[in-house]
Write a protein that binds this ligand. Structure first.
Ligand SMILES: O=C(O)[C@@H](O)[C@@H](O)[C@H](O)[C@H](O)CO
Ligand SMILES: [Mg+2]
Length: 402
């Protein structure tokens, strides 16, 4: 089965998405998500100008060989743009192969390891009471796992708090909006938030929290220890993970589980954290970590060290990524949890899909492939709209981690 054509579709149904569509001489097509929030056009160009000319004429069934061609062949290996482009190609080819085999993708990966995929939602609020109310709303919706993020008293903005409690889109302006940060205020506030949230939801709901790269290792150790009474499912991105040694310091101070990896894009980024058991969940995703082919390798390495998957699933990862991720999550033996932020109705209309949500679990469909398509006519009605992620400064103006 030869690849006869490949096109990049950029659409903006409320936010920008980049989708690669691959066509074959047997009439089968496949799609893959290539969205990199705030840098969408870089991946679109990488695919159009550097990958697609190399795809035409290749055997669509040679998924591994094509992955190796684009990984080794680009010379400048790794990085979010390269690996998101490779991910889109890989996902589209797995979609085609599953369609050719006339089976849902999870069957091709090795069959079900579970019926449903436990997901967590994003509850957020401007203050503690607001956030508790949002968490209870998610509990009523049937979620078993809920992430809680709230405004910090004294700070006019912070990560994870949106105007709309159901949807969260951080890329809110053509040029970066500025958030502000004060670690002392945050460290005083976070334990009070989780004391109230845990008290409100009871002991059986999994609670998660995203620190979003903002603490030093020692501060992260302090925070983890202060949250231990509230038994979090995980604290996420406690400190920038370029310095992976730093996690050893955090581990000395706290048993609060740690999740890292949504900004990682190859197994090389994850290796030391996994092998030294410095994390409990690896957050790598289909769209940013080289697709299904590479994510399987990361999950298999993690399984050796009892590290479980906890893939990123924010709204800036398209339903195409979510669909492929669900088939992966349905198969992967060391599954932990899947992030799931509802897309808007506008987005869902552009990306019809067969996955369903019920009582805190997502269920991959039985359609051959990953079960997601793109309505190209509708997609064309939403032209690209420049948008970038915010930046973050300490209250004295120092540039900080967003
Ligand atoms: O865990 C998460 O969902 C966050 O870290 C994301 O919302 C992240 O900020 C965005 O995906 C960035 O585009
Ligand atoms: Mg995160």
């Amino acid at each position: 089965m030869k690849i006869t054509n490949a096109t990049v579709i950029v659409t903006c149904p409320g936010r920008n998405f980049v989708t690669l569509k691959i066509e074959t001489d047997e009439g089968l097509t496949g799609i893959g998500d290539a969205t990199l929030n705030g840098r969408e056009l870089s991946v679109a160009s990488y695919l159009t100008d550097h990958c697609i000319p190399n795809l035409i004429g290749k055997d669509a069934g040679r998924i591994e060989d094509i992955w190796q061609f684009f990984y080794r062949g680009c010379y400048w290996r790794r990085g979010p743009v390269t690996m998101s482009a490779i991910a889109a190609i890989d996902t589209a080819l797995w979609d085609i192969k599953a369609k050719a085999a006339n089976m849902p993708l999870y069957q091709l990966l090795g069959g079900r390891s579970r019926d449903g995929v436990m997901v967590y939602g994003h509850a957020n609020g401007t203050d503690i009471d607001d956030t508790v109310e949002a968490v209870l709303k998610y509990k009523e919706m049937g979620y078993r796992a809920i992430r809680a993020q709230s405004g910090v008293p004294g700070l006019k903005s912070t990560y994870g708090v949106s105007k709309d409690t159901m949807f969260y889109e951080p890329a809110d302006a053509a040029l970066p909006s500025e958030n502000e940060w004060d670690t002392v205020k945050y460290l005083n506030h976070a334990p009070k938030l989780f004391e109230k949230v845990r008290d409100a939801v009871g002991p059986d709901i999994h609670l998660l929290h995203d620190i979003h790269h903002r603490l030093t290792p020692l501060e992260a150790g302090q925070l983890g220890r202060s949250l231990e009474p509230f038994k979090l499912f995980w604290m996420e991105d406690p400190t920038p993970a370029e310095n992976q040694e730093a996690l050893k310091l955090i581990r000395q101070y706290t048993t609060t589980p740690i999740a890292i990896g949504e900004i990682f894009n190859t197994i090389w980024d994850c290796k030391d954290l996994i092998q030294n058991q410095l994390i409990d969940y690896i957050r790598t995703t289909v769209v940013h970590a080289g697709g299904i082919t590479h994510l399987r390798r990361i999950a298999d390495l993690a399984a050796l060290y009892q590290v479980r998957t906890g893939s990123h699933g924010a709204t800036d990862l398209s339903p195409v990524c979510m669909g492929a991720a669900l088939h992966f999550d349905t198969w992967v033996p060391n599954f932990g949890i899947q992030e799931y932020m509802h897309h808007t109705e506008e987005t869902d209309a552009v990306f019809p899909h067969d996955y369903t949500f019920k009582d805190g679990f997502l269920y991959a469909g039985e359609t051959p492939g990953h079960g997601v398509t793109i309505d190209e006519e509708l997609a064309a009605k939403y032209p690209y709209k420049p948008a970038q992620l915010p930046v973050n400064r300490l209250t004295d103006g120092t540039m900080w981690n967003w």
